[in-house]
Design a protein. Sequence first.
Lengths: 126, 385
Amino acid sequence: VRYSAVVVDHFLNPRNAGLMRDPDGVGEDEYEGCGDLARFYVRVRDGRVVEARFQTYGCGPTIAAASAASELVAGRDVEDLVNLKAEEVERALDGLPDDRKHAADVVAGAVRAAALDHLRRRDTDV
Amino acid sequence: VYLDHNASTPVHPEVLAEMLPYFSEVFGNPSSVHGFGRAAREGVDVARERIGRFLSVRPDEIVFTSGGTESDNFAVKGLALARGRGHLITSRIEHHAVLRTCEALEGQGFEVTYLPVDDQGRLDPDDVKRAIRPDTIAISVMHANSEVGTIQPIAEIGAIARERGVPLHIDAVQTFGKISIDVDAMGVGLMSFSGHKIYGPKGVAALYIRRGTKMLAIQHGGEHERRRRAGTENTAGIVGFGKAVEVRAREMADEAARLSALRDRLWEGIRTRVPDCRLNGELANRLPGTANIVFRHVESESIVLGLDLKGIAVSAGSACTAGNVEPSYVLVAMGVPVEWAMGAVRFSLGRATTAEDVDYVVDAIEPIVRKLRDASPGQRAVASA
């Protein structure tokens, strides 16, 4: 197979897929080239992500990347996630083929957008 | 489970057996006058006769080529260049071998009309009639579309072409050896057809050229193929092609009926198990083993990957190459909305396909699509279309 075992596992058994009601932050990113779309929802307590959920439309690696990222961000400081890099998502997947790197890009973008959205809401509330 | 027979087929065991001596004992050049050459020539001649008999045409109306793409290039360029200038008619759903050849000819001063198709993927013969101009020099239409399987009304188009004295070329790569073809009744002047779609080897195909058709050769060199196509013959390939045709003559009718039933079983199974899917093109009037099904709100490549991981080979209707995805131009031409077209999957059945295979695929696809939809935002903005 051209994908790593981790990619295949996340693709076949996506974790945390689906909508989240009343999230503390939500963000999405779209890859212009092929229209892949990722949307992330986060629930935050004391500045840390306690739950993340996602919805994606795209090729298999994008679904796998979103699933892996939803585990990756659990327990993380939201302020850090504003700078989440695609490389970190890709590492969690044990690599992606060159022509599928955008899967990590679009997912990292959605996570950053969700983190930013949370910070914006928090600052507006104060 | 291999359901990608429109892409390629395995070589039939009888075909392989017939080919093998031509790689070793019968290695001569068919153009050589000695015994080694004559033996090879004999193999090529037998193949040509078998194909001629199958099509009820003269063997010398068959020109062997290296593949369907070469046959299409030869037909369209050969007709155009022999006339030097003028207007060609084709459709928007042709194989790229015809579409891009026409585009290349436009760059050389020819004019081309690309006719639309209806929502079933069918050309309207009246559109062909209206498109013909005094300077129209050729019409090129595929017999059946490889993605969707819709069979074109060739006999009606052929009658128009004959009446107006315009040569008609058909790309029959997907129909030859699968459904019956009568080039005389259909008014066909030229026809491309290939070996590896009908359990023959890759790298060999043919172009039927009706006697008296004004053509220019595209490939120049020796005197091969009556100076219509230069180059030493692919002897083993041609022998295999001829044998494959002989086997098809025997098996075609029964297999067409069997595959049509299996294809309907596949569509019925998927339709009753998976919501929000639809079949592209009408069920009647299509290639026996082909079903193009779209699944709403999922991307075809992820379905193909999911099925591949279950050992099932199908083909995606949209292809994501280097991060750039485009829905199939054939489905777009049929007016299929992009949000559906992105989830198109082609199933193409063949002689090894069984009812158990079909049921296995139906069982496999339901949870794959359900999981993808669970993870999908449902609606998505269409960025590129």
